[in-house]
Design a protein around this ligand. Structure first.
Ligand SMILES: [Zn+2]
Length: 114
């Protein structure tokens, strides 16, 4: 979006429901990959009998690093793995799960209003 002319201070980001730290147990290879990207990302890994990653925290970190204002970042906080009534979850259901979709766009100043 920024390469297409958007200014970071005008970007509004929404992190929708996803697997949360309560359920997102990760393996050592995930942790090593994260560490190779940026050592600061280790603060999003907690250990409690296994390693658990804070996925929205990681994504929010990248958004903030890109210059997005904290007040312009919305985090759902809903865990797709915990809420079986509302969401599919590969972690919970494996390959017998459904699929969810998100849409993102950039408004063209010259386009007609929808
Ligand atoms: Zn959960």
């Amino acid at each position: 979006m920024i390469s297409e002319g958007a200014r970071a201070e005008n970007v509004i980001a929404a992190l929708g429901p996803c697997i949360m730290p309560c359920c997102f147990e990760v393996r050592e290879d995930f942790i090593k990959e994260l560490q190779s990207i940026d050592g600061q990302l280790m603060k999003f890994i907690t250990e409690r009998g296994g390693h658990y990653a804070d996925l929205p925290g990681i994504n929010k970190y990248f958004l903030l690093s890109s210059g997005i204002r904290p007040e312009n970042i919305y985090v759902s906080g809903e865990c797709t793995c915990c809420d079986e009534e509302k969401y599919f979850s590969h972690r919970r259901d494996g390959s017998r799960r459904g699929t969810m979709m998100s849409v993102i766009g950039i408004k063209n100043k010259r386009s007609e209003p929808l």
